[in-house]
Design a protein around this ligand. Structure first.
Ligand code: MF3
Ligand code: CO
Length: 250
């Protein structure tokens, strides 16, 4: 599949989809507290998304059973919400959510500390977020896709963290996953040339320890092989003639 270039009309719909998702994420972030179950978070997320008249795009995607992926501590992504998984003070929790507005998808993820967390955990969260912003400094028309990947890798490597290689970012639009795939680690090839009108979900997944991950028996939950903590930060962005627009931030 080729990389799609969105028209002005489509860009407006993407903006609206993403702005609603940004609000959903803000409300979810404010709700996080010790004692909450991961299912409580999913229920709230689905209620918020539907309350805005939108559809949760993760729900039933390839059989995924929830609207929000809730991944705790060594869970990297795609944690399945459960009533008996209770957030404890000191945990870190990654929330990945998306929605469809008038046929247009948005996708974003945030990692939060639950109550007071260790300084090391906070640094992992902060540097994962910072790596996204380093990456999108290169998200300019005329640059190549892998300039973004290389910038994320160069930034994260300074900390000795592991960059997840088995999962990547992606184009997004009338489908949740469009071309191109967007690795968060250094590439030898340049990748596609960036053009105004491309909408991309850029999503570094960073482990405090090694990069290796494995899948749990539920066939969804991705965990670090060494049991180390993992953080995730994702926004849907628009390539423009100038600076990229981060569509999923308010
Ligand atoms: N944000 C993730 C992604 O970009 C979540 C999709 S997986 C799902 O691939 F199954 F939960 F939808
Ligand atoms: Co994504």
């Amino acid at each position: 599949m080729a990389v799609t270039i969105k028209s002005e009309r489509e860009i407006d719909l993407m903006r609206k989809s993403c702005q609603i998702l940004a609000k959903v994420h803000n409300e979810l972030g404010q709700a996080i507290e010790p004692g909450m179950s991961t299912l409580d978070i999913d229920r709230l997320g689905e209620k918020l998304i539907r309350g805005y008249g939108c559809i949760p795009n993760f729900l039933h995607y390839n059989g995924y059973p929830a609207s929000v992926c809730v991944s705790v501590n060594d869970e990297v992504v795609h944690g399945i919400p459960r009533a008996d998984r209770i957030l404890q003070e000191g945990d870190i929790v990654s929330l990945d959510a998306g929605l469809i507005y008038k046929g247009y998808h948005s996708d974003a993820a945030r990692t939060y500390g639950v109550g007071k967390i260790s300084q090391e955990a906070q640094q992992l969260i902060d540097e994962t977020r910072n790596s996204f912003f380093e990456g999108i400094k290169k998200a300019k028309a005329g640059n190549h896709l892998h300039d973004i990947s290389n910038a994320i890798d160069a930034y994260i490597s300074k900390f000795g963290y592991g960059i997840v290689r088995d999962l990547v970012g992606h184009g997004i639009g009338t489908a949740l996953h469009e071309d191109p795939q967007i690795p968060n680690f250094a590439q030898r090839r340049r990748g596609v040339k960036l053009q105004p009108g491309m909408t991309l979900a850029i999503e570094p997944m960073i482990n405090m320890g090694r990069c290796d991950v494995e899948w749990l028996d539920d066939d969804w939950t991705v965990v670090t092989e060494d049991g180390s903590l993992s953080a995730h930060y994702e926004n849907t962005i628009l390539i423009t003639d100038g600076e990229p627009e981060i569509l999923t931030l308010l």
